[in-house]
Write a protein of this length. Structure first.
Length: 202
């Protein structure tokens, strides 16, 4: 009996050893909980697409079509009530009520990215990054617009100063002011509020 018991115990030990190896191998393959481990930096199928969509989910893009592109003429708002629904409080105050954002606080004042700056209200392309320069004033500065016909100029006598206001010729949005202290060859500095712009990166 002793010899038989030793044989049985030896056989059980071998079975246990083999089972341990199988379990260990199973953990290595399936991971904790039987789920296939995800290599570092690698997304599961469909996850990367979902994360990309979440990153690009701009809340304002849903309510302001100008963020996506130029708005058709028949879809432009006709009243301040409509503009308020599309713009943020700051954008409305600057673009529709001729306000001014504080210097060095705007989204694009020191941007070096290449692309096109468009009107935040109607989506009209207004300035190219190639004409943007660092004027040190704290607002995005351009030496010239994309085309002169896209910008309108108005005499501005507010705040006890004589300045030239610039607006989007298409929708009337206030953009900023133009000064004659810019770089050659134009000698102009279009000082524009970031709140009046949206940017399309190349």
């Amino acid at each position: 009996m002793n010899a038989r018991n030793r044989l049985i115990r030896s056989w059980m030990a071998r079975v246990a050893s083999v089972a341990a190896v199988v379990v260990a191998a199973g953990i290595g393959i399936a991971g904790e909980g039987g789920v296939e481990p995800k290599p570092a930096g690698q997304s599961r199928p469909g996850q990367a697409k979902k994360e990309s969509a979440m990153q690009n989910n701009d809340p304002q893009a849903a309510r302001n079509p100008a963020v996506a592109g130029r708005i058709p003429d028949d879809q432009l708002p006709k009243s301040d009530v409509e503009w308020r629904k599309r713009l943020t409080a700051e954008q409305f105050q600057v673009a529709r009520q001729k306000g001014t954002e504080r210097a060095f606080t705007g989204k694009y004042w020191d941007s070096k990215k290449k692309g096109t700056y468009r009107c935040v209200c109607c989506g009209e392309p207004l300035f190219k990054s190639g004409e943007k320069f660092d004027s040190g004033c704290g607002w995005p500065s351009f030496s010239k617009p994309l085309e002169d016909k896209r910008i309108a100029e108005h005499l501005d006598l507010s705040l006890g100063m004589r300045r030239t206001e610039v607006t989007c010729k298409r929708c009337g949005a206030h953009l900023g002011h133009v000064f004659d202290d810019g770089p050659l060859p134009t000698g102009l500095r279009y000082c524009i509020n970031s709140a009046s712009l949206v940017f399309d990166e190349e």
